[in-house]
Write a protein that binds this ligand. Structure first.
Ligand SMILES: [Zn+2]
Length: 313
């Protein structure tokens, strides 16, 4: 009898112990959090456009746990999303949130900051982030209220007090994070975060996966930033601003560079051929449409942004 029981329970124990050995891609929380690498947790936002079913939860947000405290990377599009992120952190650790890092200015990444006020965290961003927030604050708050209504309540713009000019190292306890600021690219406030312990790079919106990359800075600067990211060695996981985490940073960067290079050359050619911006919107980078989500709307906005700038080249 005992022998029979043993033969049935041992394999179960064996399986259970294997489960704990599984490294990544486990753990589901209310917000849908997963452990991409040991101690590195991300929530993947939905691929929704701002004007279509927006819930304030379209970008990737997450956190890294050290032995002294937690660093949060992006906070979502509303205080509510930030609260849900904080609740996910509290299910895993009672360590203080030491830092809240914003990878750039966009509202889907920063409006959860308010949830971390009472944590007395230090807010960190690119050297130009505080000024960008000041300039866009009113428009972003108005837009948030218009899109989310009640769900936006409590959301506010919280500026960084620690600003990164070129690079900055943070220590959250037996764990060093390297922050790097970039010149004008996706926006003029792009910052990446490298967790040296696991080789995990949070790219912010310098990298889009699946969702069409949207330009709000400088397309040529973005291509330079991609070239810079391609030089990085030892990256084992990359967490983009939108889309799933990947172990193939180079492949994802290549996809994005392929789209941006084609868009750049198509818009340049359209201008040379005397085509209007409307015509360029209809035709530029059209062969990329099947590779990306939300392509038609985002690609048109991209043409709208880069066409006037390229006219003066
Ligand atoms: Zn963005």
């Amino acid at each position: 009898m005992i022998r029979q029981l043993m033969s049935r329970t041992i394999p179960l124990f064996f399986l259970a112990s294997l489960f704990w050995l599984l490294p990544a891609y486990s753990l589901a929380q209310e917000l849908g959090i997963r452990e991409v690498a040991p101690g590195v947790y991300m929530h993947q936002g939905a691929h929704e456009d701002l004007d279509d079913g927006y819930q304030g939860d379209i970008s990737n947000i997450g956190f890294i746990i050290g032995t002294e405290g937690v660093a949060v990377i992006d906070t979502g599009g509303s205080q509510q999303v930030g609260q849900a992120l904080l609740a996910s952190i509290r299910k895993l650790t009672n360590l203080p949130v030491l830092y809240v890092i914003n990878t750039h200015i966009h509202p889907d990444h920063i409006f959860g900051n308010a949830a971390f006020k009472q944590e007395q965290a230090i807010f960190i961003g690119h050297a130009k982030l505080a000024n960008a927030m000041e300039l866009r604050k009113d428009a972003y708050l108005r837009q948030g209220h218009d899109l989310l209504g009640e769900q936006f309540s409590g959301s506010e713009v919280i500026k960084p007090t620690l600003m990164v000019e070129s690079s900055q190292e943070l220590d959250i306890g037996e764990r060093k994070l390297l922050l790097t600021a970039y010149p004008n690219a996706h926006t003029n406030t792009d910052l990446t975060v490298l967790d040296e312990k696991t080789g995990t790079l949070w790219t912010g919106d310098l990298l889009f996966i699946e969702r069409t990359p949207s330009i709000d800075g400088d397309i040529k600067g973005w291509l330079s930033a991609i070239a810079q990211l391609q030089q990085l060695k030892g990256i084992r996981h990359a967490i983009p601003g939108h889309g799933p985490a990947t172990q193939d940073l180079q492949g994802a960067l290549n996809n994005q560079a392929r789209y941006l290079n084609l868009l750049l050359s198509d818009v340049r050619n359209a201008i040379k051929q005397g085509k209007t911006m409307e015509q360029a919107m209809d035709s530029a980078a059209a062969s990329e449409a099947s590779h990306w989500q939300l392509f038609n709307s985002v690609n048109r906005r991209n043409v709208n942004l880069i066409y006037p700038a390229l006219e003066w080249e």
